[in-house]
Write a protein that binds this ligand. Structure first.
Ligand SMILES: [Zn+2]
Length: 108
């Protein structure tokens, strides 16, 4: 199991992925940290005509990681049924962010 390394502003604590040269607060002083909290899906969609190199259907989502005020775009692999509000882990796999469900156990 991998993880996602993000860039965090030393001045205001805001996180970025992918990294930026300058934070929105103006600082250029960053450090890297592994994202150790699950995020929450804020939106998701399925792309049936994806760009070259991707197998359709391609499911993509944006997840928010509140601790760092960070929103990350990634894809959902596997046959999970995920909805807006669900908690997910983010890992980086060959430069692509992949989300997987944070809750274990199925059914409710
Ligand atoms: Zn900042």
């Amino acid at each position: 199991m991998g993880s996602l390394r993000i860039q965090v502003c030393r001045s205001c604590g805001r996180g970025y992925y992918p990294p930026k040269i300058r934070c929105s607060c103006g600082s250029r002083d960053f450090y890297e940290v592994e994202l150790r909290e699950p995020g929450r899906i804020v939106t998701l969609t399925t792309i049936y005509v994806p760009p070259m190199g991707f197998e359709p259907p391609l499911r993509v989502a944006i997840a928010e990681f509140s601790k760092h005020g960070l929103k990350v775009l990634g894809r959902i692999d596997g046959d999970y049924s995920l909805r807006v509000g669900d908690r997910v882990w983010a890992v980086e796999n060959n430069g692509v962010v992949v989300f997987s469900p944070a809750e274990s156990g199925e059914g409710e």
